[in-house]
Design a protein around this ligand. Structure first.
Ligand SMILES: C=C(C(=O)O)c1ccccc1
Length: 372
Protein backbone atom coordinates (compact mmCIF):
# COMPACT_ATOMS: atom_id res chain seq x y z
CA UNK A 1 0.00 0.00 0.00
CA UNK A 2 1.31 3.46 -0.95
CA UNK A 3 2.49 5.52 1.99
CA UNK A 4 2.61 9.28 2.56
CA UNK A 5 6.36 8.78 3.15
CA UNK A 6 7.07 6.96 -0.13
CA UNK A 7 8.91 8.66 -3.00
CA UNK A 8 6.92 9.46 -6.11
CA UNK A 9 7.14 11.19 -9.47
CA UNK A 10 5.11 14.29 -10.33
CA UNK A 11 5.75 14.64 -14.04
CA UNK A 12 9.47 15.34 -14.45
CA UNK A 13 9.86 15.91 -10.68
CA UNK A 14 11.21 12.97 -8.65
CA UNK A 15 10.07 13.54 -5.05
CA UNK A 16 11.52 11.82 -1.95
CA UNK A 17 8.13 11.79 -0.20
CA UNK A 18 4.56 12.92 -0.75
CA UNK A 19 4.52 15.78 1.78
CA UNK A 20 4.45 19.22 0.16
CA UNK A 21 4.93 22.70 1.60
CA UNK A 22 1.95 24.69 0.33
CA UNK A 23 2.45 28.22 -1.06
CA UNK A 24 2.49 30.64 1.88
CA UNK A 25 2.58 34.42 1.55
CA UNK A 26 4.87 35.86 4.25
CA UNK A 27 5.54 39.46 3.04
CA UNK A 28 9.27 39.33 3.84
CA UNK A 29 10.81 40.26 0.47
CA UNK A 30 11.09 44.07 0.35
CA UNK A 31 11.24 45.51 -3.18
CA UNK A 32 9.98 42.09 -4.38
CA UNK A 33 13.53 40.72 -4.10
CA UNK A 34 14.15 37.38 -2.29
CA UNK A 35 16.81 37.85 0.41
CA UNK A 36 19.08 35.74 2.63
CA UNK A 37 16.35 35.34 5.27
CA UNK A 38 14.06 33.86 2.60
CA UNK A 39 16.89 31.51 1.57
CA UNK A 40 17.26 30.27 5.16
CA UNK A 41 13.47 29.77 5.49
CA UNK A 42 13.22 27.55 2.39
CA UNK A 43 16.48 25.73 3.09
CA UNK A 44 15.21 24.80 6.60
CA UNK A 45 12.17 23.11 5.02
CA UNK A 46 14.01 21.29 2.20
CA UNK A 47 13.15 17.84 3.59
CA UNK A 48 9.66 18.30 2.12
CA UNK A 49 9.04 16.10 -0.90
CA UNK A 50 8.36 19.39 -2.67
CA UNK A 51 8.48 23.06 -1.70
CA UNK A 52 6.06 25.42 -3.42
CA UNK A 53 7.15 29.02 -2.97
CA UNK A 54 4.87 31.77 -1.77
CA UNK A 55 2.90 33.50 -4.52
CA UNK A 56 5.41 35.26 -6.76
CA UNK A 57 4.30 38.06 -9.07
CA UNK A 58 4.99 37.53 -12.78
CA UNK A 59 5.01 41.31 -13.41
CA UNK A 60 4.48 44.50 -11.42
CA UNK A 61 0.92 44.55 -12.80
CA UNK A 62 0.51 41.14 -11.19
CA UNK A 63 1.79 42.38 -7.81
CA UNK A 64 -0.97 42.75 -5.23
CA UNK A 65 0.71 42.88 -1.84
CA UNK A 66 3.69 44.73 -0.42
CA UNK A 67 6.91 42.80 0.14
CA UNK A 68 5.94 39.69 -1.81
CA UNK A 69 8.63 38.48 -4.22
CA UNK A 70 8.58 38.88 -7.97
CA UNK A 71 9.90 36.98 -10.94
CA UNK A 72 10.41 39.95 -13.23
CA UNK A 73 13.58 41.83 -12.27
CA UNK A 74 17.24 40.73 -12.51
CA UNK A 75 17.63 41.32 -8.76
CA UNK A 76 14.66 39.07 -7.92
CA UNK A 77 15.87 36.31 -10.23
CA UNK A 78 19.34 36.48 -8.66
CA UNK A 79 17.72 36.26 -5.23
CA UNK A 80 15.72 33.21 -6.27
CA UNK A 81 18.88 31.56 -7.63
CA UNK A 82 20.35 31.69 -4.10
CA UNK A 83 17.15 30.08 -2.78
CA UNK A 84 17.04 27.27 -5.33
CA UNK A 85 20.78 26.57 -4.95
CA UNK A 86 20.41 26.29 -1.17
CA UNK A 87 17.34 24.03 -1.40
CA UNK A 88 19.03 21.76 -3.93
CA UNK A 89 22.21 21.57 -1.82
CA UNK A 90 19.98 20.46 1.07
CA UNK A 91 18.52 17.73 -1.16
CA UNK A 92 15.17 19.39 -1.78
CA UNK A 93 12.96 20.19 -4.77
CA UNK A 94 11.26 23.57 -5.27
CA UNK A 95 8.77 25.06 -7.70
CA UNK A 96 7.67 28.69 -7.88
CA UNK A 97 4.02 29.69 -7.68
CA UNK A 98 3.44 32.13 -10.55
CA UNK A 99 0.93 34.75 -9.47
CA UNK A 100 -1.06 37.52 -11.12
CA UNK A 101 -3.46 39.02 -8.59
CA UNK A 102 -5.73 40.79 -11.09
CA UNK A 103 -8.10 42.99 -9.11
CA UNK A 104 -6.72 42.06 -5.67
CA UNK A 105 -4.27 44.92 -5.66
CA UNK A 106 -3.91 48.60 -4.83
CA UNK A 107 -3.02 51.59 -7.02
CA UNK A 108 0.06 52.22 -4.83
CA UNK A 109 1.49 48.89 -6.01
CA UNK A 110 0.60 49.20 -9.69
CA UNK A 111 2.79 50.58 -12.51
CA UNK A 112 2.47 54.40 -12.54
CA UNK A 113 -0.12 54.21 -9.74
CA UNK A 114 -2.66 52.86 -12.21
CA UNK A 115 -5.76 50.75 -11.63
CA UNK A 116 -5.40 47.01 -11.12
CA UNK A 117 -6.69 44.90 -14.05
CA UNK A 118 -9.48 42.33 -14.04
CA UNK A 119 -11.93 40.58 -16.35
CA UNK A 120 -14.52 43.21 -15.43
CA UNK A 121 -14.54 46.52 -13.54
CA UNK A 122 -15.91 44.95 -10.35
CA UNK A 123 -14.09 45.80 -7.12
CA UNK A 124 -13.23 42.82 -4.92
CA UNK A 125 -14.70 43.18 -1.43
CA UNK A 126 -11.30 42.26 -0.07
CA UNK A 127 -8.16 43.76 1.43
CA UNK A 128 -4.53 43.81 0.43
CA UNK A 129 -1.33 44.65 2.29
CA UNK A 130 0.40 47.90 1.33
CA UNK A 131 3.28 50.03 2.57
CA UNK A 132 2.43 53.41 4.10
CA UNK A 133 4.74 56.33 3.18
CA UNK A 134 6.35 55.96 6.65
CA UNK A 135 7.33 52.38 5.78
CA UNK A 136 4.77 50.70 8.03
CA UNK A 137 2.64 47.96 6.49
CA UNK A 138 -1.14 48.00 6.63
CA UNK A 139 -4.10 46.13 5.19
CA UNK A 140 -6.17 48.35 2.86
CA UNK A 141 -9.27 47.84 0.71
CA UNK A 142 -8.42 46.75 -2.83
CA UNK A 143 -8.67 49.44 -5.50
CA UNK A 144 -11.35 49.54 -8.21
CA UNK A 145 -9.98 47.61 -11.23
CA UNK A 146 -10.36 48.33 -14.91
CA UNK A 147 -11.55 45.65 -17.34
CA UNK A 148 -8.80 44.27 -19.56
CA UNK A 149 -9.19 44.97 -23.25
CA UNK A 150 -9.45 41.76 -25.26
CA UNK A 151 -6.24 42.71 -27.06
CA UNK A 152 -4.32 42.94 -23.73
CA UNK A 153 -4.88 39.30 -22.79
CA UNK A 154 -2.31 37.90 -25.21
CA UNK A 155 0.27 40.18 -23.58
CA UNK A 156 -0.41 38.70 -20.15
CA UNK A 157 -0.15 35.18 -21.60
CA UNK A 158 3.28 36.23 -22.89
CA UNK A 159 4.16 37.57 -19.42
CA UNK A 160 3.42 34.11 -17.97
CA UNK A 161 5.55 32.44 -20.63
CA UNK A 162 8.50 34.73 -20.00
CA UNK A 163 8.19 34.28 -16.23
CA UNK A 164 8.16 30.49 -16.60
CA UNK A 165 11.36 30.61 -18.67
CA UNK A 166 12.94 32.94 -16.10
CA UNK A 167 11.93 30.57 -13.30
CA UNK A 168 13.73 27.64 -14.89
CA UNK A 169 16.80 29.83 -15.48
CA UNK A 170 16.66 30.80 -11.77
CA UNK A 171 17.00 27.12 -10.89
CA UNK A 172 13.42 26.14 -10.10
CA UNK A 173 12.45 22.54 -10.78
CA UNK A 174 9.14 23.73 -12.20
CA UNK A 175 6.27 26.18 -11.83
CA UNK A 176 2.80 26.14 -10.31
CA UNK A 177 0.28 28.37 -12.08
CA UNK A 178 -1.78 30.14 -9.42
CA UNK A 179 -5.35 29.79 -10.73
CA UNK A 180 -6.97 29.74 -7.26
CA UNK A 181 -8.11 31.97 -4.42
CA UNK A 182 -9.84 34.69 -6.42
CA UNK A 183 -6.79 35.99 -8.29
CA UNK A 184 -6.67 36.88 -11.97
CA UNK A 185 -7.17 33.47 -13.59
CA UNK A 186 -9.82 32.51 -11.01
CA UNK A 187 -11.55 35.88 -11.56
CA UNK A 188 -11.94 34.93 -15.23
CA UNK A 189 -13.30 31.47 -14.33
CA UNK A 190 -16.03 32.64 -11.93
CA UNK A 191 -19.24 34.21 -13.29
CA UNK A 192 -19.46 36.53 -10.27
CA UNK A 193 -16.32 38.42 -11.32
CA UNK A 194 -16.35 37.83 -15.10
CA UNK A 195 -19.11 39.72 -16.92
CA UNK A 196 -17.28 39.94 -20.22
CA UNK A 197 -19.15 39.75 -23.53
CA UNK A 198 -16.14 38.80 -25.65
CA UNK A 199 -14.69 35.29 -26.19
CA UNK A 200 -13.33 35.31 -22.62
CA UNK A 201 -16.69 35.70 -20.91
CA UNK A 202 -20.16 34.16 -20.69
CA UNK A 203 -20.02 30.37 -21.22
CA UNK A 204 -17.84 28.05 -19.13
CA UNK A 205 -15.75 27.42 -22.25
CA UNK A 206 -15.15 31.14 -22.72
CA UNK A 207 -14.35 31.80 -19.05
CA UNK A 208 -11.75 29.01 -19.04
CA UNK A 209 -10.12 30.15 -22.31
CA UNK A 210 -7.57 32.48 -20.70
CA UNK A 211 -6.43 29.78 -18.26
CA UNK A 212 -5.96 27.27 -21.08
CA UNK A 213 -3.99 29.81 -23.13
CA UNK A 214 -1.68 30.39 -20.16
CA UNK A 215 -1.22 26.64 -19.60
CA UNK A 216 -0.49 26.09 -23.29
CA UNK A 217 2.08 28.91 -23.42
CA UNK A 218 3.93 27.71 -20.31
CA UNK A 219 3.96 24.01 -21.24
CA UNK A 220 5.22 24.92 -24.73
CA UNK A 221 8.01 26.96 -23.11
CA UNK A 222 9.21 24.67 -20.29
CA UNK A 223 7.41 21.35 -20.82
CA UNK A 224 4.24 19.95 -19.23
CA UNK A 225 6.27 17.77 -16.86
CA UNK A 226 7.56 20.88 -15.08
CA UNK A 227 4.21 22.69 -15.10
CA UNK A 228 1.50 22.44 -12.42
CA UNK A 229 -1.66 24.34 -11.53
CA UNK A 230 -3.55 25.25 -8.35
CA UNK A 231 -7.36 25.44 -8.31
CA UNK A 232 -9.87 26.24 -5.56
CA UNK A 233 -13.34 25.18 -6.81
CA UNK A 234 -15.47 26.58 -4.00
CA UNK A 235 -13.32 29.02 -2.09
CA UNK A 236 -14.88 32.46 -1.46
CA UNK A 237 -11.40 33.97 -1.08
CA UNK A 238 -11.13 37.52 -2.39
CA UNK A 239 -14.85 37.72 -3.07
CA UNK A 240 -15.11 35.24 -5.94
CA UNK A 241 -18.28 33.29 -6.59
CA UNK A 242 -19.79 30.92 -9.14
CA UNK A 243 -23.15 29.19 -8.62
CA UNK A 244 -22.12 26.07 -10.54
CA UNK A 245 -18.57 25.11 -9.53
CA UNK A 246 -18.91 21.41 -10.39
CA UNK A 247 -19.40 21.74 -14.18
CA UNK A 248 -17.03 24.70 -14.29
CA UNK A 249 -14.08 22.94 -12.64
CA UNK A 250 -14.73 19.59 -14.28
CA UNK A 251 -14.45 21.45 -17.59
CA UNK A 252 -11.19 23.03 -16.40
CA UNK A 253 -9.49 19.80 -15.32
CA UNK A 254 -10.73 17.95 -18.40
CA UNK A 255 -8.96 20.59 -20.50
CA UNK A 256 -5.60 20.29 -18.74
CA UNK A 257 -2.72 18.41 -20.39
CA UNK A 258 -2.51 14.72 -19.44
CA UNK A 259 1.20 15.02 -18.65
CA UNK A 260 1.30 17.99 -16.27
CA UNK A 261 3.47 17.59 -13.17
CA UNK A 262 0.57 17.88 -10.71
CA UNK A 263 -2.91 19.33 -10.20
CA UNK A 264 -3.27 21.04 -6.79
CA UNK A 265 -6.78 21.30 -5.34
CA UNK A 266 -7.80 23.43 -2.36
CA UNK A 267 -10.73 21.58 -0.80
CA UNK A 268 -13.32 23.90 0.73
CA UNK A 269 -12.75 27.51 1.76
CA UNK A 270 -9.03 28.39 1.80
CA UNK A 271 -7.88 28.21 5.41
CA UNK A 272 -11.49 27.61 6.40
CA UNK A 273 -14.19 24.93 6.44
CA UNK A 274 -13.47 21.98 4.13
CA UNK A 275 -17.22 21.51 3.53
CA UNK A 276 -17.79 25.12 2.40
CA UNK A 277 -20.64 25.37 -0.10
CA UNK A 278 -20.81 27.53 -3.23
CA UNK A 279 -24.04 26.84 -5.11
CA UNK A 280 -26.69 24.43 -3.88
CA UNK A 281 -24.90 21.10 -3.60
CA UNK A 282 -21.69 19.93 -1.91
CA UNK A 283 -18.72 19.86 -4.27
CA UNK A 284 -17.72 16.35 -5.36
CA UNK A 285 -13.91 16.21 -5.30
CA UNK A 286 -13.81 12.54 -6.31
CA UNK A 287 -15.85 13.40 -9.42
CA UNK A 288 -13.42 16.24 -10.15
CA UNK A 289 -10.45 13.88 -10.05
CA UNK A 290 -12.35 11.33 -12.14
CA UNK A 291 -13.08 14.01 -14.75
CA UNK A 292 -9.31 14.39 -15.14
CA UNK A 293 -8.28 10.73 -14.86
CA UNK A 294 -11.09 9.40 -17.10
CA UNK A 295 -9.95 11.55 -20.02
CA UNK A 296 -6.38 10.29 -19.64
CA UNK A 297 -4.96 12.76 -17.15
CA UNK A 298 -1.83 11.36 -15.52
CA UNK A 299 -0.56 14.31 -13.47
CA UNK A 300 -0.07 13.73 -9.74
CA UNK A 301 -3.15 14.78 -7.71
CA UNK A 302 -2.31 17.10 -4.80
CA UNK A 303 -4.81 17.96 -2.07
CA UNK A 304 -4.73 20.78 0.49
CA UNK A 305 -6.61 22.58 3.24
CA UNK A 306 -6.83 21.51 6.84
CA UNK A 307 -5.16 18.15 6.55
CA UNK A 308 -3.67 16.61 9.67
CA UNK A 309 -1.32 13.63 9.84
CA UNK A 310 -4.03 10.94 9.89
CA UNK A 311 -6.08 12.55 7.12
CA UNK A 312 -2.97 12.82 4.95
CA UNK A 313 -1.99 9.19 5.54
CA UNK A 314 -5.51 8.06 4.65
CA UNK A 315 -5.72 10.31 1.57
CA UNK A 316 -2.60 8.70 0.09
CA UNK A 317 -3.24 5.12 1.23
CA UNK A 318 -6.79 5.23 -0.18
CA UNK A 319 -5.54 6.51 -3.53
CA UNK A 320 -7.62 9.70 -3.23
CA UNK A 321 -4.43 11.75 -3.46
CA UNK A 322 -0.83 11.33 -4.57
CA UNK A 323 0.48 14.35 -2.64
CA UNK A 324 -0.72 16.36 0.38
CA UNK A 325 0.20 20.02 0.83
CA UNK A 326 0.52 21.48 4.35
CA UNK A 327 0.60 25.22 5.00
CA UNK A 328 0.49 26.41 8.62
CA UNK A 329 2.16 23.24 9.91
CA UNK A 330 5.19 23.94 7.70
CA UNK A 331 5.39 27.48 9.03
CA UNK A 332 6.01 26.23 12.55
CA UNK A 333 7.70 22.88 11.80
CA UNK A 334 10.62 23.18 9.39
CA UNK A 335 11.21 19.44 9.87
CA UNK A 336 7.55 18.52 9.43
CA UNK A 337 8.34 15.41 7.39
CA UNK A 338 10.45 13.91 10.19
CA UNK A 339 7.87 14.84 12.80
CA UNK A 340 5.02 13.27 10.82
CA UNK A 341 7.06 10.15 10.15
CA UNK A 342 7.78 9.80 13.89
CA UNK A 343 4.29 10.98 14.89
CA UNK A 344 6.16 13.49 17.06
CA UNK A 345 4.62 16.57 18.70
CA UNK A 346 4.19 19.60 16.41
CA UNK A 347 5.00 23.25 17.13
CA UNK A 348 1.91 25.46 16.94
CA UNK A 349 2.15 28.36 14.46
CA UNK A 350 2.04 31.95 15.73
CA UNK A 351 -0.60 33.73 13.62
CA UNK A 352 0.70 37.13 14.74
CA UNK A 353 3.92 36.65 12.74
CA UNK A 354 2.46 35.12 9.56
CA UNK A 355 2.72 38.34 7.52
CA UNK A 356 5.60 40.83 7.52
CA UNK A 357 8.47 41.19 9.97
CA UNK A 358 11.76 39.34 10.19
CA UNK A 359 13.14 36.13 11.66
CA UNK A 360 10.61 35.94 14.48
CA UNK A 361 7.95 33.43 13.51
CA UNK A 362 9.77 32.78 10.23
CA UNK A 363 13.16 31.12 10.66
CA UNK A 364 13.22 30.73 14.46
CA UNK A 365 10.91 27.74 14.88
CA UNK A 366 12.87 24.86 16.44
CA UNK A 367 13.60 21.69 14.54
CA UNK A 368 13.78 18.47 16.52
CA UNK A 369 17.28 17.38 17.46
CA UNK A 370 18.60 15.06 14.77
CA UNK A 371 18.37 11.45 15.89
CA UNK A 372 21.95 10.04 15.88
C1 LIG B 1 -1.21 34.10 -2.25
C2 LIG B 1 -2.19 34.04 -1.40
C3 LIG B 1 -3.30 33.09 -1.66
O1 LIG B 1 -3.17 32.23 -2.55
O2 LIG B 1 -4.31 33.19 -0.96
C4 LIG B 1 -2.23 34.86 -0.14
C5 LIG B 1 -2.01 36.22 -0.23
C6 LIG B 1 -2.03 36.99 0.94
C7 LIG B 1 -2.27 36.40 2.17
C8 LIG B 1 -2.50 35.02 2.22
C9 LIG B 1 -2.48 34.25 1.07
Amino acid sequence: MTSLFDPTDAGDLHLSNRIVMAPLTRNRSPKAVPNTLNTTYYEQRASAGLLITEGTAITQQGQGYADVPGLYTPEALAGWKHVTDAVHKAGGKIVVQMWHVGRVSHTSLQPNGGQPVAPSAITAQSKTYIMNPDGTGAFAPTSEPRALETAEIAGIVEDYRKAARAAIEAGFDGVEIHAANGYLLDQFLRSGSNKRTDSYGGSIENRARFLFEVVAAITAEIGAGRTAIRLSPVTPANDVFDPEPQPLFEHVVAGLPDDLSYVHIIEGATGGPRDYLQGDIPFDYAALKAAYRDKGGKAAWMVNNGYDRQMAIEAVESGNADLVAFGKLFISNPDLVGRLRADAPLNAPDQATFYGGGAKGYTDYPAQPKVA
